[in-house]
Design a protein around this ligand. Structure first.
Ligand code: ADP
Length: 178
């Protein structure tokens, strides 16, 4: 992992629906018909057009990703991905990595340059934040070299505790490369 890949990653604390980026990622469920948490917040902020678009897509398997416009959001696109419900089995990590990889590839196909991720699966789906952070950052850093159009990936965390986990992990990676 080279230093400039890490320079394309950023950690923020806040509400993903407020971000003026090309695409925000939604931690959706397989129906794509809306839920609580970040999904509910994104649908509220985007307005009814988003639910209509999601209904037409007709669902999404765990680990895959689908794209819609952002409607009333500042973001042009929403990329909906379905994280695993944490079970403690090895398939969890594979499916969570798939979410990041597939979302980033779909973003690049749509010429997205800036994209923000919430902590997929770390709310109702129960994924431990430390493990999820490692998967999110490592998968993103591994796929970015083949996606040169993506300039900035923001990991946006709702809580200061979750943000500290990401800050510490990224800082460790940066120091290891110096
Ligand atoms: P999942 O069902 O994938 O676990 P949740 O929406 O329950 O998804 O939670 C995913 C993460 O998103 C949690 O860490 C939660 O704190 C966070 N979250 C909830 N609302 C927002 C928001 N508006 N912006 C950013 N992150 C959010």
């Amino acid at each position: 992992m080279t230093r400039d890949i890490l320079d394309r990653l950023e950690v923020q604390q806040g509400d993903i629906t407020r971000l003026r980026v090309d695409a925000i990622v939604n931690a959706a469920n397989r129906s794509l018909l809306g839920g609580g948490g970040v999904d509910g917040a994104i649908h509220r902020a985007a307005g009814p057009g988003l639910l209509e678009a999601c209904r037409k897509i007709g669902g999404c398997p765990t680990g895959e990703a689908r794209i819609t416009p952002g409607y009333r959001l500042p973001a042009a696109y929403v990329i909906h991905t379905v994280g695993p419900v944490y079970s403690g089995k090895s398939q969890d990590a594979r499916l969570l990595a798939d979410c990041y990889r597939n979302s980033l590839r779909l973003a690049a196909e749509n010429t997205v340059r800036t994209i923000a991720f919430p902590a997929i699966s770390c709310g109702v789906y129960g994924y431990p934040i430390q493990e999820a952070c490692t998967i999110a950052v490592d998968t993103t850093a591994a796929v970015l070299p083949e996606l040169s159009g993506i300039e900035k990936v923001i990991f946006i965390l709702f809580s200061s505790g979750d943000k500290a986990v990401y800050d510490t992990y990224l800082e460790g990676l940066k120091q290891a490369r110096q």
